[in-house]
Design a protein around this ligand. Structure first.
Ligand SMILES: Cc1cc2nc3c(=O)[nH]c(=O)nc-3n(C[C@H](O)[C@H](O)[C@H](O)COP(=O)(O)OP(=O)(O)OC[C@H]3O[C@@H](n4cnc5c(N)ncnc54)[C@H](O)[C@@H]3O)c2cc1C
Ligand code: FES
Length: 282
């Protein structure tokens, strides 16, 4: 068994540690992956689904999930979409530029808990980034899990993240269904929303876990469909996003009912947050 490293935050979780941009990967329009190397030593261990607070001098901090595998500690990947000031500035960085990281923070996907299960991963858009370390972990430990299936949706074929890795993931034992809202003449995959491809359900009753990340409305429909298919809400895991500041459960900026998304999440069982996610409609 490929053991999961024990996540440890930086010496002072308030102080960003200096990293340099080692490589920039153009992923899809408006999204780049920055591979970041620490100025000294190696990056701290983390678990799939955890995030760092990425500090861009002169702009501020943004919560960004780690998108590389847990054993790739010489450089940490962060896959970033330009949404505003901080993320926009991060996407203008060049190789060799410096920035700060503090973390890792938050609860991870419960991979040790779901050993032996079939695992259905459902992602939308950039939501595949926080799931990529989980995918790498599941495939590196393929024999410890049952059927593995990824259903991934985006707006157009050009918006599908990490497409160049799909063949390797399939060869390693992950079934993949990619779907888009709007196809092109060259697109041979599915057209439709991710929930269209959850039937027939790929998992064994009582031995299936669902991990989902993407727009909140998508995760709610995924959870609803999974429950209709007989999955217990506590076997469905969602990764939630809210604005963040301290990332340590102290400032209250990310509060979601009684939960702090930074420290109680970002990964929650749907059973724990279902009522809160519905209340947000009111
Ligand atoms: C745990 C966690 C993990 C994340 N992982 C990633 C990731 O891997 N890649 C990535 O590109 N982004 C990720 N995000 C979202 C990212 O943190 C925000 O896009 C970023 O903070 C926006 O900051 P900004 O200064 O660029 O934009 P701002 O100028 O602050 O905001 C731009 C717009 O985005 C909205 N916004 C800001 N923060 C958030 C947020 N957290 N959730 C939803 N809307 C927000 C604002 O309300 C505004 O409408 C994650 C967020 C969280 C909480
Ligand atoms: S970001 Fe401060 S409590 Fe969560």
């Amino acid at each position: 068994m490929n053991r999961m490293p024990t996540p440890t935050p930086t010496a002072s979780p308030w102080l960003p540690r200096t990293y340099a941009v080692d490589e920039i990967i153009e992923e899809i329009p408006n999204v780049r992956t920055l591979r970041l190397v620490p100025e000294t030593g190696t990056a701290p261990p983390f678990a799939p689904g955890q995030f760092n607070m990425v500090y861009m001098p002169g702009f501020g901090e943004a919560a960004i999930s780690i998108s590389s595998g847990v054993h790739e500690l010489s450089a940490l990947a962060h896959t970033i979409r330009a949404a505003g000031d901080v993320t926009g500035a991060l996407l203008r960085l060049k190789p060799g530029d410096q920035l700060g990281l503090r973390g890792p923070f938050g609860r991870s996907w419960p991979l040790a808990q779901i050993i032996g299960n079939d695992v259905l991963l459902v992602a939308g858009g950039i939501g595949l980034a926080p799931l990529r370390p989980a995918i790498k972990y599941l495939l590196a430990n393929r024999d410890n899990f049952g059927r593995l299936k990824l259903i991934y949706g985006s707006k157009t074929p050009a918006d599908l993240l990490f497409q160049s890795e799909f063949a390797a993931w399939t060869a390693a034992g992950m079934e993949i269904e990619a779907t888009v809202d709007r196809g092109t003449s060259a697109w041979k995959g599915h057209i439709g929303v991710v929930t269209d491809f959850m039937r027939p359900f790929p998992g064994r009753p009582g031995q299936t876990s669902v991990l989902t990340c993407g727009p909140e409305i998508m995760m709610r429909f995924v959870a609803r469909e999974a429950i209709l298919l007989g999955i217990d809400p506590d076997d469905i895991y969602v990764s939630l996003e809210r604005n963040m500041k301290c990332a340590m459960g102290m400032c209250g900026v990310c509060q979601f009912g009684p939960e702090f998304i930074c420290k109680d999440g970002p990964v929650f069982s749907f059973g724990r947050v279902a009522a809160l996610m519905k209340l947000e409609d009111l």
